[in-house]
Structures are given as structure tokens and as C-alpha cells.
Design a protein around this ligand. Structure first.
Ligand SMILES: C[S@@+](CC[C@H](N)C(=O)[O-])C[C@H]1O[C@@H](n2cnc3c(N)ncnc32)[C@H](O)[C@@H]1O
Length: 206
């Protein structure tokens, strides 16, 4: 949707990526959860709404070789590419809205930190889960990090839907099995604390 794209483009055009509230120098919990999937180093992994985040840098350092970053803000993708320099050519970059993109092949791991919680409309959440079901291979892994029950009600000035383990499990539905939930107190660059919930799920076979 065009106003969603405009909102995020403006954020990235006006802010240094290391000052935004969701900034992480080291996305340690995401890395642990991805490593716990035990997928091979050449398994296809996608970071949904990866923005200018550093998860892709760390995954490359560890040795994962089939990485995709999807985001609807081209400025964010460019910032990540410039930071990575020549290594950015090892990554597939998708300038797209997760709700609209036609995925060309399935992924072994779908990671999303702080994107799903912007879907406050149940119809959009269903659409997201439809995309997830198409784009994650049977036996594949889904890692969703959202604001938890005690998290903020807004992020980047937009309303969010906070989630509990039960609500995330309910949203994903019967095609996914919950494997693990972890809470995290995220320290923002401005010194506040935001409560996140990380959920890991496995896509069941058809
Ligand atoms: C709060 S930021 C989180 C960035 C990154 N995941 C992280 O944890 O550092 C949300 C990101 O999702 C992107 N985004 C929001 N809605 C999206 C959508 N519908 N499709 C693709 N990207 C989206 C934004 O451009 C932004 O980069």
C-alpha cells in the first residue's frame, strides 16, 4: 500500500539507521533462533522487513549463503547495501510489500522482527499468513518477533498489535506448530526498554 511505503521511506530518509528505536548492533536472539533451526548454511533464508538492520551482516559472517532481505523502503535496502559494500552482491534484495509480493521459491527460514505487529487489521494478518504459507517450505521455520503483551502501543508513530504466545499461535493457524517463545527487553538507542516476544514455529507438511 502506497502510504505504508511513504511512511517508511520518510523514516529512512530522515533518520540515521543507528538512532531508530528498533536498532540493534547485534541481533543476538534472532541469530540464536535461526541457528537453532539447524538449517544448512546454503538453505534459503529471508528476512522480512529487514530494513537497514544488521542481521544480514551477521548471517553472512556466520556463513549462510542464500540470504534474501525484503523491505518496502528502498532507502533502507540501499543503506544496508552500502554498509555491506561488495558483500551486498551475495544477497538477494527485494524492494516489495510482504503482503503483495509474489514469492518465486519457498524458504527454509522466514524471519520477521517488528513487521507483523504493524498489521492491526485482521484481514491483513490473514493475508500475511497466506503469504507465509506459500513462501515457507513444509518443515521450514518461521521466526516472528513482535511487541509482547507489555510492549509499546506504537512503533515509529504507527499503532501496533501486541502479541502473546497464544495470539501468535492463533494467527498462524493449524499449518504451523509453535516450537519456542522467548521474551526480550530491547534497549532502544534513546534508553527506553521495549518488551518483545519472539516465537519460533515450524510449517507442518501439507
Ligand atoms: C520497525 S522496522 C524493523 C526493521 C528490522 N526488521 C529490524 O528489526 O531492525 C520495520 C521494517 O519493516 C518494513 N516494513 C513495514 N511494513 C512492511 C511491509 N508491509 N512489507 C515489507 N516491509 C515492511 C519497514 O520499511 C521497516 O524497515
Amino acid at each position: 500500500m502506497e502510504d505504508r511505503r511513504q511512511h517508511w521511506e520518510q523514516v529512512y530518509q530522515n533518520r540515521d539507521p543507528s538512532t531508530v528505536s528498533w536498532y540493534q548492533e547485534n541481533p543476538a536472539r534472532s541469530l540464536i533462533l535461526i541457528e537453532e533451526t539447524s538449517v544448512a548454511a546454503d538453505a534459503p533464508i529471508i528476512d522480512i522487513g529487514g530494513g537497514a538492520g544488521r542481521l544480514v551482516d551477521r548471517l553472512l559472517e556466520i556463513g549462510y549463503s542464500r540470504l534474501t532481505v525484503l523491505d518496502l523502503a528502498p532507502t533502507a535496502l540501499r543503506q544496508a547495501q552500502e554498509r555491506l559494500g561488495a558483500r551486498s552482491r551475495e544477497v538477494t534484495w527485494l524492494d516489495a510489500d510482504v503482503l503483495e509480493h509474489e514469492f518465486e521459491h519457498p524458504y527454509a527460514v522466514w524471519h520477521d522482527r517488528a513487521v507483523f505487529h504493524f498489521l492491526t487489521d485482521p484481514g491483513d494478518r490473514d493475508r500475511y499468513v497466506g503469504q507465509l504459507t506459500t513462501a515457507v517450505e513444509p518443515g521450514g521455520h518461521v521466526i516472528l518477533a513482535t511487541f509482547g503483551p507489555d510492549g509499546p502501543e506504537l512503533c515509529s508513530g504507527l499503532p501496533v498489535q501486541r502479541h502473546s504466545p497464544e495470539s501468535l499461535t492463533g494467527c498462524l493457524g493449524s499449518a504451523f506448530e509453535a516450537v519456542d517463545f522467548q521474551e526480550e527487553a530491547h534497549h532502544t538507542p534513546s534508553g527506553t526498554i521495549q518488551h518483545f516476544l519472539y516465537g519460533r514455529f515450524v510449517r507442518l507438511s501439507d
